[in-house]
Ligand binder design. Structure first.
Ligand code: TPP
Ligand code: SF4
Ligand code: MG
Length: 283
C-alpha cells in the first residue's frame, strides 16, 4: 500500500471511532525492511529510531552501518549515515565524532562484524573511550552469509560450519566481548539487553536512551548489546527461536547492566563469566 493510501485508510478508521495506539516513528523511512519476520534487527532499529525521535536529535545524528544483515540500515533510518568496511564501524565513527563533536554518532553491528573481523576496532575504540554509542546485535551466528559460526556461537550450537555443534577443542570458546570491553577504562556504560518480549523491549529502549544521553553529556563510550534470534540461520520459527534464545543464549550471555557510570555493577561477576560456559544442545 502506498503511504498516501495508508494515511487515507488511517483517517477513515479514526473517523469510524478507532483509536491510534501505535505510530511509526518519523526517524524510520518508509522503506520496507528486508529482515526475516521475527528477527530482532527490525525491533532494535525501531528502538534506536524512537530514542532519536524522543530526544529531538534527528538532525544531529550520524549512524554507521556494518557488513552483515543490517548492511542496509542506512536505508531504514532517516538520519545521516555512512557505510563502514566490514568490522570498521567504530573506527569510522571515531573519525566522524572527532571531526563533528556536536553530532550524535552511533554504530550498529552484528557479532561477526563487531567481534570477529572488527575485534581490533571494537577494543581500541572502547579503550580510547570515544564519545560514541555502540549498538551490538548478538545472534550467535553470521546471519547474512548463511549461518556460519561466529565468535559468539555457543558450545554445542550448530551452525553451517559446525554442523555437529561448536567444539571447544576445535573452535575455541565463545567470546563474551561485552564483558571483555567492560573491563576497559574507556567504557562508561556497558549493558546487555534483549528484544523478545514487550518487557524486554522496554528495558532495551531505556538502555539505548541512556547510551545516547551519556553521549550528550560527553561521558565516553556507551555499549549496548542486544541479544537477538536469527530464526533463519538457526532454522527455527520465530517463536521457537525466541524460546531457544531464552533457554540457551541467556545462560551464556546474562542480560542486564554490566557497567554503569564508569563502574562495574556489583553483582556482575565478570571473572566468573570468563570460565563459565554452559553447554548448549541443539535439537
Ligand atoms: C572482508 C569480508 N570478509 C567476509 C565477508 C563476508 N561476510 C559478510 S557479512 C559477514 C558476517 C555477518 O555476521 P554478523 O556480523 O553477525 O551479522 P548478522 O548478519 O548476523 O546480523 C561476513 C563474514 C565480507 N563481506 N567481507
Ligand atoms: S538471516 Fe537472521 S539476522 Fe538476517 S534477517 Fe534473517 S533472521 Fe535476521
Ligand atoms: Mg550475527
Amino acid at each position: 500500500m502506498a503511504n498516501t493510501d495508508i494515511e487515507a485508510r488511517k483517517q477513515e478508521l479514526l473517523n469510524q471511532g478507532y483509536t491510534e495506539v501505535y505510530t511509526r516513528t518519523k526517524v524510520l523511512t518508509d522503506a520496507v525492511m528486508h529482515y526475516c519476520p521475527g528477527c530482532g534487527h527490525g525491533t532494535t532499529h525501531r528502538l534506536v529510531a524512537e530514542v532519536i525521535d524522543e530526544m529531538g536529535i534527528q538532525d544531529q545524528v550520524v549512524g554507521v552501518s556494518p557488513v552483515g544483515c543490517s548492511v542496509l540500515a542506512y536505508n531504514y533510518f532517516d538520519v545521516d549515515f555512512q557505510e563502514a568496511a566490514h568490522g570498521r564501524a567504530p573506527a569510522l565513527a571515531t573519525a566522524i565524532k572527532r571531526l563533528n563533536p556536536d553530532t550524535f554518532v552511533f554504530t550498529y553491528q552484528g557479532d561477526g562484524d563487531l567481534a570477529a573481523i572488527g575485534t581490533a576496532e571494537t577494543i581500541h575504540a572502547c579503550n580510547r573511550g570515544e564519545n560514541i554509542t555502540m549498538i551490538f546485535v548478538n545472534n550467535g551466528i553470521y546471519g547474512m552469509t548463511g549461518g556460519q559460526m561466529a565468535p559468539t556461537t555457543l558450545i554445542g550450537m550448530k551452525s553451517a560450519t559446525t554442523p555437529y555443534g561448536r567444539r571447544v577443542d576445535l573452535n575455541g570458546y565463545p567470546l563474551r566481548i561485552t564483558e571483555l570491553i567492560s573491563t576497559l577504562p574507556g567504557t562508561y556504560y556497558v549493558t546487555r539487553q534483549s528484544v523478545q518480549t514487550p518487557a524486554a523491549v522496554r528495558k532495551a529502549k531505556a538502555a539505548i536512551r541512556k547510551a545516547f544521553e551519556n553521549q550528550k553529556l560527553k561521558k565516553g563510550l556507551s555499549f549496548v548489546e542486544i541479544l537477538s534470534n536469527c530464526n533463519s540461520g538457526w532454522k527455527m520459527t520465530p517463536v521457537q527461536a525466541n524460546k531457544w534464545m531464552e533457554d540457551n543464549m541467556m545462560p551464556n550471555y546474562p542480560v542486564g547492566d554490566i557497567k554503569v557510570d564508569g563502574k562495574l555493577v556489583d553483582n556482575v561477576d565478570v571473572a566468573r563469566l570468563a570460565v563459565d560456559h554452559p553447554l548448549t544442545v541443539m535439537q
